[in-house]
Design a binder for this molecule. Structure first.
Ligand code: ZN
Length: 858
């Protein structure tokens, strides 16, 4: 298979041929000479290449690690693609008109040739370390976070000092001299994952949204070609920082810098896998090249203070700040999940205003919003403002819970380590799939459901797992991972491999996720369908649900591992990030039905008012006769603690009209103090209740239900809250009619009733916390507040946001949820300004308005 790949020499010859054929589009230069005397070739590609430096540029570097051949191969194929299609593809023409590509197909020519000809698995360059060992890991030899070591035989030996190597020095000098570089992509293998740059802390960076979105948009193009989803993983600071990497050096120069790990093996079967990897990355690279201009000097400036102004269960108003500029409009994007593309597929608004209202949202649902400013003439876009996260309010009958498993209830069991399986719970990440060492390995998650009432009615359920690492999933497009509810009766010990292996499956949730779509660094979600929700509802009775996560169980010949690692948030493998498995459940409760007896009834005719009677129709002079009824609402529960789900007036007609006449009757909610005929005629109607009933219908059935709509239910609650009666009239209508009167039941069994169905649920949030303060203790920021005294308080919710005031409890990094009146900003930096927001919440939960404090670093 090795002969499929081009040698370094062939790559250089290719570049020279390109210069000959397309002299106006490409120029080449050697930016340095390796220890073994090879030139380090860099190509510059742009329309009118002599002026390349005047345009914003993307820097491509490949094969800094000798064995990661994809970088060199992809570079050559990409150059070939853009040069040979330049004349017939307007997208390429436009991209090269506005942007420049600097491309180093192979940053480590000596190591690459050594890997090709002698030792496939070689990683470093070929420096003679003088002690019998060779090579420096070029991606540990840059200066940011450089770590000195004398372990020269190590695969990650960083060299005697930063930039000690001709390869790293060459690219450093080039980057330092080319301030037009705005994006740097460093191609490695393997993992099918993007690793954007980060700084040495746990705080979000202003470019964080840009980097994640650039990856997500590249992912969109990759997916179009092969259906593959790459992971997007911003690394695991601060414990597992990559020291001295090129990416962090570029980022320190203000460049958007990303490592792209391609494929699942360093040197795969070319025809089967490498050609796919190359093909899927070409449109993604072309897209990224076109983004260079949006980060250059002529790009509009980033939007400031993009944030939520207000939100409800179905809509949200976003606001932002920007200097007055007639030449700018704004693009707003919305996604349902994090790290999804911001392009035409998610563009929901274009406006010149500094506000935007998004309507028709789902209740209790998470949304992610993004914004860019766009120059009307050049169409050059700004960088992204930091994203805004929103969870809409719950619907009026809805409750929600996010349940995490207890530490001891989540882990994995492997076939070949029966004694060790006990120790795989609560500490290690979930390792699921098959390997030669472990045999088959299953994840097990036991969710404690006792926080949800046994008789709850599940409306929505979503299970989320965080794929942390796919380095041990080494086989391209092989196997799928599925989640199943297992029968609790068939398992007495969740730490026993045989029991889990043989457990009876009740239901596999949704569809399985194939290996190429399990994306490291992006949550995987399983949404339950109606049948699965019923299964879950059954499990509520037992108070728990056991899930088994299974991957492939067999390996193809010659392969040693197909294991996916999921974070469980308790171990140290997450490096301080805690992406715990979770189940999000939205539910409602069965309602209670009560009947409110009639308190007063009257018949109101032009000439008389008759109490204890309910007649309605037309007198001989064709004047209307109204029936009146009222209900005392004091027997209903406190309206602040319940939600009326359904209400209707149940009336029976005790007489019918003999002749065929077209009279219709409807019920009105009214506001009446006096009861003269004139008062009724001049009445204020509040709402019509339900639809009208016709004379004909009175003959076919006796009982009639006039059903309240949403506004009528609110009016009913309003009466109740004010301690007033609810008053109604039955009103007749007819085109031509006289002398027809109907009697309605007003006493005994047939008496009219107000029927109400309600569920117990707090409507309004608790008060916001007061006296929120920040102090610094033991090098950590401590956030404290005064306790709110209320029996309905379930806890305080604390988040932080570096960029804007968070109005929504999900618009930031969660620090705490619980009943203490303080928390620490663990992992956070004390030397950066940021906002902390503290909310109270009840059992629904309704979140209060936040109390926000702005922390200013000293
Ligand atoms: Zn690498």
């Amino acid at each position: 298979m090795k002969q499929q790949y081009k040698s370094y020499e062939e790559g250089c010859a290719f570049l020279e041929a390109c210069v000959e054929k397309y002299p106006d589009l490409i120029s080449i230069e050697s930016i340095g000479t390796t220890w073994e005397g090879r030139p380090i070739m860099l190509a510059t590609i742009s329309r009118h290449v002599a002026y390349a430096k005047l345009k914003p540029a993307l820097l491509y570097t490949g094969t800094a690690h000798a064995r990661e051949w994809i970088g060199h191969e992809l570079a050559i194929e990409f150059i070939d693609h853009i040069l040979s299609n330049y004349n017939n593809n307007p997208e390429i023409l436009e991209t090269l008109s506005q942007n420049t590509l600097y491309i180093v197909p192979c940053l480590n020519p000596d190591g690459f040739e050594y890997s090709r000809k002698h030792f496939s698995f070689w990683r470093k360059n070929r420096r003679d370390n003088g002690d019998g060992t060779f090579g420096v890991d070029l991606n540990r030899n840059f200066e940011i976070g450089y770590r000195k070591s004398t372990n020269t035989s190590s695969n990650v030996y960083g060299g005697p000092h930063p930039f000690s190597e001709p390869e790293t020095l060459a690219i450093k000098n080039f980057v330092d001299e080319h301030e037009n570089i705005t994006i740097a992509l460093d191609y490695h293998s393997q993992g099918n994952v993007f690793f954007p740059a980060h700084k040495f802390n746990h705080e979000s960076e202003i470019e964080g949204t840009d980097m994640n979105t650039l990856c997500a948009n590249m992912n969109y193009h990759i997916h179009k070609v092969t259906g593959r989803h790459y992971g997007i993983n911003r690394g695991k600071p601060p414990t597992k920082l990559i020291s001295g990497s090129g990416r962090e050096y570029y980022y320190s120069k203000g460049i958007i810098a990303i490592v792209v790990e391609v494929g699942t093996r360093n040197i795969p079967d070319y025809m089967q896998n490498m050609s796919e990897s190359v093909n899927e990355n070409i449109p993604a690279l072309l897209y990224a090249l076109g983004e260079s201009k949006n980060y250059g000097k002529t790009a509009p400036k980033r939007v400031d203070n993009f944030q939520i102004d207000e939100f409800s269960k179905n809509d949200c108003r976003l606001i932002w700040e920007y200097e007055e500029n007639q030449n700018i409009y704004f693009e707003i994007y919305r996604n349902l999940n994090n790290k999804k593309a911001c392009n035409q597929s998610s563009l929901i608004g274009i406006t010149c205003n500094k506000h935007f209202v998004d309507e028709n949202l789902e209740s209790g649902t998470m949304y992610f919003y993004y914004i860019r400013a766009v120059d009307k003439l050049s169409k050059i876009r700004s960088a992204f403002a930091p994203k805004v996260k929103l969870k809409t309010l719950l619907g009026e009958y809805e409750f929600s819970r996010t349940i995490f498993p207890h530490a001891g209830d989540v882990g994995y069991v492997a076939e070949k380590s029966p004694e060790a399986n006990h120790g795989h719970f609560g500490v290690n990440s979930l390792k699921v799939g098959v390997s030669q060492g472990r045999g088959t390995s299953y994840g097990v998650i036991n969710f404690d459901l006792r926080g949800i009432p046994k008789d709850a009615i599940i409306l929505e359920a979503k299970i989320s797992l965080y794929p942390l690492n796919r380095v041990s999933a080494k086989i391209e497009k092989y196997g799928e991972w599925s989640l199943s509810i297992i029968d609790q009766a068939s398992v007495s010990n969740i730490r026993d491999f045989d029991q889990i292996h043989n457990a009876k499956h009740i239901k596999t949730l949704g569809t399985s996720i194939p290996s190429e779509k399990l994306t490291q660094g992006i949550w995987s979600h399983w949404d339950c369908n109606d049948f699965e929700k019923k299964m879950l509802q059954k499990e509520l009775k037992t108070g728990k649900m056991i899930l088994k996560l299974a991957g492939p169980t067999k390996l193809p010949r010659g392969r040693d591992s197909q294991i996916m690692v999921f974070d469980l948030g308790y171990g140290n493998e997450g490096g301080g990030l805690h992406y715990r498995p979770a189940i999000d459940i939205k539910y409602t409760m069965p309602s209670t039905k009560v009947a409110v007896e009639l308190s007063n009834s009257m018949t109101i005719a032009p000439d008389e008012i008759v109490e204890e009677s309910m007649a309605c129709g037309f007198n001989k002079d064709d004047e209307k006769i109204y029936a009146y009824m009222s209900f005392d609402l004091s027997s209903l529960p406190n309206p602040d603690e319940v939600v009326i789900k359904d209400a209707w007036i149940q009336v029976e007609n005790t007489s019918t009209v003999k002749k065929k006449v077209d009279i219709r009757y409807n019920v009105e909610f009214v506001d009446l103090e006096e009861f003269s005929y004139q008062d009724i005629k001049d009445r204020d109607r509040i709402e019509f209740i339900g639809y009208e009933v016709s004379s004909a219908e009175l003959g076919t059935k006796r009982e009639h239900n006039f059903i309240f709509d949403h506004y009528s239910r609110l009016a009913l609650e309003e009466r109740q809250r004010k301690g007033e009666e609810a008053k109604f009239i039955i009103r007749p209508t007819s085109v031509l009619s006289r002398d027809h009167v109907i009697n309605w039941g007003h006493e005994g069994k047939t008496a009219a009733k107000l029927m109400v169905k309600y569920i117990k649920r707090r409507k309004l949030p608790l008060p916001s916390p007061i006296n929120v303060k920040t102090t610094v203790e033991n090098k950590l920021i401590k956030v404290s507040w005064d306790k709110v005294e209320d029996d309905d308080l379930r806890g305080y919710y604390v988040i932080r946001n570096r960029w804007h005031t968070p109005k929504n409890p999900f618009d930031g990094v969660k620090l705490y949820a619980g009943l203490d009146n303080y928390t620490f900003d663990n992992f956070g930096s004390t030397s950066m300004d940021k906002y902390f927001a503290v909310f109270t919440y009840d059992g629904v939960p309704n979140y209060s308005q936040p109390t926000v404090v702005s922390y200013k670093a000293k």
